[in-house]
Ligand binder design. Structure first.
Ligand SMILES: Cc1cc2nc3c(=O)[nH]c(=O)nc-3n(C[C@H](O)[C@H](O)[C@H](O)COP(=O)(O)O)c2cc1C
Length: 656
């Protein structure tokens, strides 16, 4: 008897001597908030353990550096070789993480990496780096051809790193041979033009280092201990290798590892960053094709793992049931909802907080060093849930049913408060509801719908078509007001801005039929550029005028990489350092470098930012003993800011 809806996904599997409770693994998303010696803080243990608690069969720790002197890709990374008299300095932090993951019944795996030609970038200009060949990087820093003795050293470093990981309790290791790091650099025909046995046109030669590393790791960890090898099945860029070479690599490595983990692209090649980390513009599971081809090639005796934009249990089940791969992995989907595996297993798929692939996680990680998720305010702050104080029941009025308001209402209701939510429009969801028909925003719509459903199920007293005025507040007499009234579009005072051919971005998102064939958008922020792509998809010709000398000022730069590809695809032209001066029925008159320019069009759309609804917000300030303005109503930012602030404030209500 099998009572599971996804029997293939949740079928346990034995790999080598190791058992895994199901086929859904948490792919590496490396915690980088470490000290300089690579010691994990306690928060890292909570972060990784949370993934295990949600039911993933394996949790892989990202970016463990095998060779600190030459192989470190980032400023802060776990160091596997910083030995002091009693062992590696990173031991206490690492063993705590491994122990916590393992306590939840998951196999703790850890990735072994060497950054090769990108090594030591943060120690510029002192740190030396070696790649397959010598060269100069984009910052003008030289790197050197890896000589034989450093190759031998590197192989040994991988092996001793693997032995160390096994000794601290890891049940598997992942050798990273994809995404642009050292082993991948050796496999890449564009990069590795060496003339010796380690490179050149022959793929056997270019894969030799990976095989040597895998064999050395095997020797170090012993038989039966699973080794996963992460490769890019195809590099997906001009001059890079394609799946035919990916198949050749798979044939060569298949007997030297236990799982071939098939990803794609490279994080070091800008145009394919959003292939490696599929953007919202790409289909869920867009990289499964590479794993499928490799699975066909290596056959049933070898395990193949796949990933890339997967978050639907239905799709994961299909991949395994049809034999396209043996294991599915998810990185961002598990950041957005670590309980995804357990929810899928128990038939609660509709409760899964589904990753929107907005890439705010990656953008934030690079720019601040912290893990955050737009739609999961607990990500990277797992410890907070254990630190919650009991709440004294309060009557809470949440003003505004947008993203911040819904999150605040949900968290307050979960904390046992009586919650009334006032929303002036006929539906919950707020300003972003206007984007719900945009094809690449389907996950945003799912998220808004799911949040609205949670609000309802938690028994919040929702009053739609009701503006949050002081009079309404007086009738409710709350103990606390959380004001989440959001922001409204800025309308620049240009001559002609009230013309019948001029609309706000929000209006056109809902009524694209009001836009003519040729369109000029004022403002190259994310709203304006995403709208340009949407209108491009609908067949319009769009140009954008931007006053600054760059696009997406302060916006999510990783999302921008995917967005840029779409802008190119639809031929959207962006005129930077250009100031709109006036609008008439023929188009926009602008000024650039002291010259007057005319942009002819049928329709003008303004997307120049949002202004907080401060008047309405602060009108409520005296209507309750406690008052908290949150989200865009204080300073318009993004979804992450709104959810995180709402969650935090809602968690302290009734505790002080
Ligand atoms: C924020 C973030 C951090 C990541 N960190 C790592 C890492 O440390 N090591 C690694 O090999 N891949 C890393 N990845 C890549 C993921 O493991 C995965 O290959 C990629 O995100 C595609 O899977 P997904 O669509 O399920 O997110 C990271 C991805 C994200 C979004």
């Amino acid at each position: 008897m099998n009572r599971l809806k996804y029997p293939h996904l949740f079928e346990p599997v034995r790999i080598g001597k190791q058992y895994f409770r199901n086929r859904l693994f948490a792919a590496p998303t490396g915690w980088i908030d470490l000290d300089k010696e690579g010691m994990y803080p306690k928060d890292a243990a909570l972060y990784y353990a949370r993934k295990a608690m949600g039911g993933a069969a394996a949790v892989t720790l990202g970016e463990n550096n095998v060779d600190y002197d030459y192989g470190t890709g980032f400023g802060y990374a776990v160091r596997l070789d910083n030995m002091y008299s009693e062992g590696p300095y990173s031991l206490h932090g690492l063993s705590r993480v491994v122990e916590e993951v393992t306590r939840y019944g998951a196999v703790c795996s850890a990735e072994l990496i060497h950054a090769g030609m990108y090594g030591n970038r943060y120690r510029y200009p002192d740190g030396k780096a070696f790649g397959p060949v010598a060269g100069v990087d984009v910052d003008g820093r030289e790197y050197y051809e890896m000589p034989e003795e450093i190759i031998e050293r590197t192989i040994k470093k991988f092996a001793s790193g693997a032995a160390y990981l096994k000794s601290v309790g890891c049940g598997m290791v992942m050798v990273h041979a994809g995404h642009g790091w050292l082993l991948h650099q050796f496999m890449s025909p564009k990069i590795n033009t060496r003339k010796d046995k380690w490179g050149g046109p022959d793929i056997e030669n270019r894969t030799r280092l990976t095989v040597a590393v895998l064999d050395a790791v095997r020797k170090a960890v012993g038989p039966g201990f699973p080794i996963e090898c992460r490769i890019s099945g195809s590099e997906c860029y001009d001059g890079g290798y394609d799946i035919e070479t990916g198949l050749a690599i798979a044939r060569i490595i298949k007997d030297h590892c236990d799982i071939i983990h098939v990803s794609a692209g490279s994080h070091e090649v800008e145009e394919v960053f959003t292939v490696t980390h599929p953007s919202m513009f790409r289909e869920p599971g867009c990289n499964v094709q590479f794993a499928e081809a490799i699975k066909k090639e290596v056959g049933k005796d070898h395990f193949v793992a796949t990933l890339g934009g997967l978050c639907e249990p239905e799709q994961m089940e299909e991949i395994i049931a049809s034999g396209r791969a043996d294991i599915v992995e998810a990185a961002r989907a598990i950041l957005a909802d670590p309980d995804l595996p357990l929810k899928a297993r128990t038939g609660r798929e509709d409760e899964i907080n589904k990753c929107m692939r907005c890439l705010a996680c990656f953008s934030n990680l690079v720019s601040t060093g912290h893990f955050r998720c737009s739609i999961n305010p607990e990500t990277g702050r797992e410890g907070e849930r254990y630190a919650l104080l009991p709440a004294k029941k309060k009557k809470v009025l949440v003003a505004g049913g947008g993203i911040a308001g819904m999150q605040a209402a949900i968290t307050c209701a979960k904390r046992g408060h009586d919650v009334v939510l006032l929303e002036k429009s006929p539906a919950l969801g707020g300003a972003l509801r206007c984007e719900e028909n945009v094809p690449f925003k389907t996950r945003l719509k799912d998220y808004l719908d799911a949040q609205a459903k949670k609000v309802e199920e938690l028994g919040v007293d929702v009053r739609l078509n009701t503006a949050a005025t002081p009079e309404e507040a007086e009738k409710i007499a709350p103990d606390v007001i959380i004001s989440a009234l959001g922001a409204s579009p800025v309308k620049i005072p240009l001559p002609g801005i009230d013309g019948s051919n001029v609309f706000s971005a929000e209006h056109i998102y809902v009524h694209p039929e009001d836009a003519g064939k040729n369109i000029v958008i004022l403002g190259a922020g994310l709203v304006g550029m995403e709208l340009a792509v949407y209108l491009g998809m609908l067949g319009h010709k769009v140009s954008i005028i931007e006053m600054l000398d760059h696009v997406s000022h302060g916006g999510n730069f990783q999302h921008m990489k995917g967005l840029q590809a779409e802008l190119d695809k639809y031929g959207v032209e962006i005129s930077l350092s250009t100031k709109a001066c006036a609008i008439d029925e023929k188009g926009v008159t602008a000024e650039k470098d002291g010259r007057e320019l005319k942009f002819e069009c049928d329709t003008v759309i303004y997307a120049v930012g949002q202004r907080p609804r401060t008047d309405e917000t602060y009108a409520l300030a005296a209507c309750a003993p406690e008052f908290y303005p949150i989200g865009d109503s204080i300073a318009p930012k993004n979804i992450m800011n709104a959810t995180s602030q709402a969650y935090k404030i809602a968690n302290v209500i009734g505790t002080i």
